[in-house]
Design a protein around this ligand. Structure first.
Ligand SMILES: Cc1cc2nc3c(=O)[nH]c(=O)nc-3n(C[C@H](O)[C@H](O)[C@H](O)COP(=O)(O)OP(=O)(O)OC[C@H]3O[C@@H](n4cnc5c(N)ncnc54)[C@H](O)[C@@H]3O)c2cc1C
Length: 326
């Protein structure tokens, strides 16, 4: 049963950051992940701090142009992102990632900030197991059913990062602007926002107590980008494996490439060997095949999830083939 908590609605970013710096306080944007975690007693809160009143009062509202790129306020919903004309035209991987997340109802309520900061979906973490991520001393996925766990970057915990927008944003070179207590702000490239369990076992990102993601900024768009996701069923579901690709091309040749995987690592995972196989080459079937094979270089599957190797090669192949066809 959900434990009682105080629900507060600050009217300024400073007030919100000060409230969130206190032990036992949790930020709430759309609430689609937070409230489920509290109900299922994954963790507890003494105070839930609503960010909803801060759109336009510290957190930028919606999607706006910023130089040659875009700014997206952290409270922008996934549905707004998936249908925005500028994002569809210049940053398709992000529109597709947001559109592939969850269900229409959840996309109408869930925000970008919440999608990036949502907690892992590991069934041991979400279940009644005193796992390492909850402060226990073991990861139950090592001996237990690990079919949905990671094939890269695991240990001592083997979660996968659940977000579909995060890999797209890393591929697109986005950065997060973060506000903290005392009016402090900092900007962190999304690639450095997420942490591995070996770096920090009980959190998934670099946010310190009291810090709030206020905005995500995108640089000038690449030539092409797209996101492909394989899931267990065609209805709403998390990625078993996904790939966001962003390519800059000149005369058919790839000059810059980012290939970022979802569903296979505790953070959005750059497939650097794939990127190396693409850069300097014409985007043709041979290059695509080489990049797809290279995507699983360094993978270390667990007992039940070696199927993710073929799936990962497949989504990278699909994403690049889609770019070739455009
Ligand atoms: C059934 C179901 C299926 C789903 N399927 C997918 C899927 O396929 N792909 C996918 O990507 N997601 C999926 N999700 C997750 C969903 O997209 C997230 O729940 C949603 O994006 C979270 O947004 P929110 O605004 O509701 O976050 P909240 O629930 O309000 O917050 C989530 C977490 O982020 C923190 N937080 C929120 N905003 C900020 C901020 N601005 N700064 C700092 N911390 C913040 C909160 O404290 C909390 O810990 C699914 C969720 C459900 C329930």
């Amino acid at each position: 049963m959900t434990r009682n908590f105080a629900y507060v609605r600050p009217t300024s970013l400073e007030e919100a950051a000060a409230l969130l710096a206190r032990p036992g306080a949790r930020a709430c944007a759309g609430g689609t992940d937070l409230l489920g975690c509290l109900r299922d007693e994954v963790f507890e809160a003494d105070t839930v701090v609503s960010l909803r009143g801060l759109a336009g009062a510290g957190i930028p509202k919606g999607i706006t142009s910023a130089g040659r790129g875009l700014s997206i306020g952290a409270l922008t919903t996934l549905a707004q992102i998936a249908r925005d004309g500028r994002i569809l035209a210049g940053y398709a991987a992000l529109a597709e990632g947001a559109g592939a997340a969850a269900s229409p109802q959840l996309r109408n309520q869930g925000t970008l900030g919440g999608n990036l900061c949502q907690r892992p979906r590991c069934w041991f973490y979400r279940g009644e197991y005193p796992c390492a991520r909850k402060g226990g001393d073991t990861c139950f996925a090592i001996e237990g059913d690990n079919r949905y766990h990671c094939i890269f970057g695991g240990g001592p915990c083997f979660i996968v990062h659940p977000s579909d927008t995060a890999p797209a944003l890393v591929a697109l070179g986005a950065a997060a602007r973060i506000a903290g207590p005392g009016g402090r702000t900092r900007t962190v490239p999304l690639e450095q926002f997420f942490v591995l369990p070996s770096q920090h076992l009980t959190t998934e990102n670099v946010l310190e107590p009291g810090e709030i993601v206020v905005e995500v900024t995108l640089p000038a768009p690449p030539t092409w980008s797209t996101y492909r996701k394989a899931r267990a069923r065609r209805s709403w579901d998390f990625a078993l494996a996904g790939a966001a690709v962003a390519l800059t091309m000149e005369a058919g040749r790839v000059t810059q490439a980012r290939v970022v995987l979802s569903g296979v690592a505790p953070m959005p995972w750059r497939a650097r060997a794939s990127e190396a196989a693409l850069v300097g080459n014409d985007l043709d079937a041979k290059t695509i095949r080489r990049a797809a094979v290279a995507a699983v270089e360094g993978a270390d599957p667990m007992r039940d999830n070696a199927y993710k190797l073929a799936l990962t090669r497949g989504v990278v192949d699909q994403a690049l083939t889609a770019v070739l066809g455009t």
